[in-house]
Design a protein around this ligand. Structure first.
Ligand code: SF4
Ligand code: SF4
Ligand code: SF4
Length: 154
């Protein structure tokens, strides 16, 4: 995946604010957080000189096959249901303090991001993942605890 600086280099860099952000850099950060898309920058879509960059940026954020809208991919064929990712996810822990958060079986399944169903991990509520949204951080709890690299972000 690319970074905000690389995205910024492909933007008009005029800081015109038509996208609702204070600068092109802020827009690049919002793109990385998937709060906005390339279509939210009017100059990028209206001015022919930016056509190539618009297509490049759009391509970078096109949802990959099998990925959720937040870029999370669960490789169900690799997962063997160990549950490491379920208890490592800080959102799971916070949303289910007396179940997953206490090292027990999930008690509030509907509030979790990662759950085990029929022996395989499933992702839900992906919009709550700490990698997305305004205050995103580079959380990797689920990735590093999976022994078979069954969880990926694109
Ligand atoms: S609309 Fe486009 S050119 Fe204007 S500030 Fe936003 S990202 Fe930059
Ligand atoms: S990246 Fe963090 S918050 Fe998101 S699903 Fe994985 S462990 Fe949970
Ligand atoms: S840690 Fe990996 S193998 Fe274990 S349940 Fe999660 S995705 Fe599946």
């Amino acid at each position: 995946m690319t970074n905000a600086m690389e995205i910024y280099q492909m933007l008009p860099k005029t800081n015109c604010k038509k996208c609702g952000k204070t600068s092109c850099m802020a827009f690049a950060v919002a793109l990385m957080a998937r709060e906005l898309t390339a279509d939210d920058c009017p100059p990028l879509i209206e001015e022919s000189k930016y056509k190539e960059n618009y297509e490049k940026i759009s391509g970078l954020f096109k949802t990959s096959e099998g990925a959720t809208e937040t870029g999370l991919i669960v490789h169900e064929d690799l997962c063997f249901g160990c549950g490491n990712c379920v208890v490592a996810c800080p959102v799971n822990v916070a949303n289910d303090p007396y179940g997953v958060g206490s090292g027990k079986a999930p008690s509030k399944t509907e509030k979790l991001i990662l759950i085990i169903e029929d022996g395989i991990v499933k992702a839900q509520n992906v919009g709550e993942c700490r990698r997305f949204g305004k205050n995103k951080i580079l959380c990797n709890g689920c990735i590093v605890t999976c022994p078979v690299e069954a969880i990926e972000f694109v």
